[in-house]
Write a protein that binds this ligand. Structure first.
Ligand SMILES: [Zn+2]
Length: 318
């Protein structure tokens, strides 16, 4: 059954982990959740590969770190040309079922490396097609959920430039003020790549019902994130049952066209994820679990890939 679904994973910090932890993309010597063999085994056909500059590197090495991560991806595209390719246009994500390769769609998690909005073009030329304005902290554009400020003038300017180029806005990590300020300004279909339902797990990284509805009303998608603290607040370790609970809650609220998967695997330690999910190779188990819970194959397919594909085909420019 695992080959039944192709998978779109809307959040993987691949370059950060290869560079920072010196992990191997091919032969992991340390416990590692994302590898090329794992992506293949899991039938993952599209990942949103991030540029993530950790707080310790900011501000001194922000740009340097981002450029290194972009270079890491460029090297992966060269070294594994038979297996991976860079996605920039809607045509790049057509017929993924028959595509032997894995698409990488670059997501900048925190716009800190863009020193002023005019620099967006340079990153666009290097493949960036989705941007979350901030991580949990504050930058020149916006504020994450550890802070309370709203969107800055530069933040508005950056969103306008994203509209012009066709760069999708990722609303995960923004605090509530910035969420509302920025969703009003984006002209593209908005997404939240890795956030769960706050009604089930009261964590500031999760989204309240009104926020979830605002994304769905605009045709967007919210990626269920598999990191334990966002799945469950209780002491007990979350399981696939909790992944299902978040998906089912959102489907009850929004319908089945607005939920996807943004694993954030390798964004923490292996033990910070449900036991059933040890690597990206296990992602199909989520779709299988949904079907065992009574979801139709069609619904499961939408969650595992179709919904994010719909939005990105619409947002990317030919
Ligand atoms: Zn994140």
């Amino acid at each position: 059954m695992s080959k039944k679904f192709i998978i779109v994973d809307a959040h993987e910090d691949i370059a950060f982990h290869l560079n920072h932890f010196k992990r191997s993309f091919i032969n992991p010597e340390v416990p590692c959740m994302i590898t090329l063999p794992g992506l293949k085994e899991g039938n993952v056909k599209l990942v949103f590969n991030t540029i993530f500059v950790p707080p310790k590197q900011k501000p001194k090495n922000t740009l340097k770190s981002a450029m290194e991560q972009l270079a890491t991806y460029e090297k992966l595209y060269r070294d594994y040309e038979q297996d991976i390719y860079c996605v920039t246009k809607p045509g790049d994500i057509e017929n993924l079922d028959d595509n032997p390769r894995i698409g990488f769609l670059t997501l900048m998690e925190g716009a800190d490396p863009i020193e002023e909005p005019g620099e967006l073009n340079m990153f666009f030329d290097k493949g960036v097609r989705v941007i979350g304005l901030s991580w949990n902290d504050r930058n020149r554009y916006a504020s994450g959920n550890n802070t309370e400020d709203g969107l800055s003038e530069m933040g508005s300017e950056l969103i306008k430039r994203m509209n012009d180029l066709g760069v999708t806005l990722d609303l995960s990590h923004l605090n509530e003020r910035c969420f509302w300020d920025s969703i009003e300004l984006t002209e593209l279909t908005p997404i939240a790549t890795h956030s769960n339902a706050r009604a089930l797990t009261d964590h500031p990284r999760n989204l309240k019902d009104e926020q979830l509805k605002a994304i769905a009303e605009r045709g967007g998608v919210v990626g269920i994130v598999l990191y334990n603290p966002f799945l469950k607040t209780a002491e007990n370790k979350p399981t696939l049952e909790d992944v299902y609970a978040h998906a089912d809650y959102m489907i009850g609220l929004l319908g089945e066209d607005h939920v996807g998967i943004g694993s954030d695997m390798d964004g923490a330690r292996i033990e910070d994820f449900p036991d059933e999910l040890r690597s990206v190779a296990d992602l199909p188990r989520i779709g299988e679990f949904f079907i065992n819970k009574g979801y139709s194959e069609n619904r499961a397919r939408k969650i595992m890939s179709g919904n994010f594909l719909r939005v990105m085909r619409k947002n990317l420019r030919a």
